[in-house]
Design a protein around this ligand. Structure first.
Ligand code: SF4
Length: 348
């Protein structure tokens, strides 16, 4: 049995014609999956009996099951807990950005690339469980179909992808790149609308730069010095800041793409005036934008959310040093929105 979501649309037609069915059957099947969001063969009413039998015996469809779905009050953030075939679970989040002009509405899917994560950032609920396993490309791709099936009630679709959910994408690079290619081909989401976010795996950044695929690169920077970053993003001990920044410059040279740096803002830790100065020095000459993300205060955690005035004075200082800086409120704080929280709660 092959998984449908491992195949491009072209591969589906090839497979079906090779089995002796006319190409239009393949097109009907593709229409059911990608346009109608129907994944059960028995519900595909215009397929004949022999073709349905062939599908039942040869092709697997969605193998992920939504076991929990939390929506925030406004319905802008929807978090899914998905059960995989081997009973592991992963999360994905839809973030809806509504505009006055509804044609400009954006629906972003934050998807997972691994079950757990071995980077073990101390502020992240996913890291606490360590790595369980890599997701396969088809398990990554299916997340988009599940999201589109949910959005169908609003006559909407996913139009942006961020690999920012559970896992470090560069520790599963082959499956992630295969999935990204399938997402582009099968859901018509261009590479410039796909963001790959890394904790700073230098080898992965260079490899991606050499492929020149023009994905948006996001780096979880979180600190301007190795001293703080060694603690917040432990992989920094292997890939210290000077190597990371060199790799970012290389990525920009190759792709000409602006880089996003994520910067989690933690009270009394990484938003001192001197941090702004060091950050500006570190990023000098890189065309970039910084997303400041005030940390969620979770009870019992050592990481405290800074006061609003401290958040905004750090932003102002960074801007005075010439950095482009915006504050991104973590969406879905009322629904265990931060990565890994929902899964951890369910496991308990
Ligand atoms: S923040 Fe990202 S890289 Fe760090 S432990 Fe969590 S999932 Fe892994």
């Amino acid at each position: 049995m092959i998984n449908f979501f491992k195949l491009s649309k072209e591969d589906v037609i090839k497979k079906i014609t090779a089995a002796g069915f006319p190409a239009f059957r393949g097109k009907q099947l593709i229409d059911w999956i990608y346009n109608k969001n129907v994944f059960e063969v028995e519900s595909m009413t215009n397929l004949d009996k022999s073709f349905k039998e062939y599908l039942d015996n040869n092709i697997k469809f969605v193998t992920l099951e939504t076991i929990k779905l939390n929506e925030d009050e406004k319905g802008d953030t929807i978090k899914f807990l998905l059960l995989l075939g081997d009973r592991n679970t992963v999360e994905m989040v839809i973030m809806r950005y509504k505009d006055k002009d509804s044609s400009k509405n954006r629906n972003t899917l934050c998807l997972s690339s691994q079950v757990g994560c071995k980077v073990k950032c101390p502020f992240c609920a996913t890291g606490t469980s360590g790595l369980v396993r890599n997701l396969k490309a088809e398990e990554i791709v299916q997340q988009v179909s599940i999201a589109n099936a949910y959005l169908k009630q609003f006559d909407a679709k996913i139009n942006n992808i961020v690999f920012m959910g559970m896992g470090e994408p560069f520790y599963n690079i082959d499956e992630v790149l295969h999935a990204a290619l399938l997402i582009k081909e099968n859901y018509e989401i261009s590479n410039r609308k796909i963001t790959i976010s890394t904790s700073g795996i230098v080898d992965g950044i260079k490899e991606l730069a050499n492929k020149d695929l023009k994905y948006v690169l996001a780096i979880s920077l979180h600190a301007p010095t190795d001293r703080i970053r060694d603690y917040l993003v432990p992989v920094n001990k292997k890939y210290p800041l000077n190597e990371l920044i060199k790799a970012c410059r290389y990525y920009q040279l190759k792709t000409k793409k602006r880089i996003t740096f994520e910067y989690i803002m933690i009270d009394s830790m990484n938003i001192w005036p001197d941090d702004a100065r060091q950050l500006a020095n570190l990023l000098k000459g890189i065309d970039c934008h910084i997303n400041g993300i005030p940390v969620n205060s979770v009870s019992g955690s050592e990481f405290k959310r800074p006061k609003k005035k401290d958040i905004y004075s750090f932003k102002k200082l960074c801007e005075e040093y010439g950095l482009s800086f915006s504050i991104r409120e973590e969406k879905g704080t009322d629904i265990d929105g931060a990565c890994g929280q929902l899964r951890n709660k369910e496991r308990k």
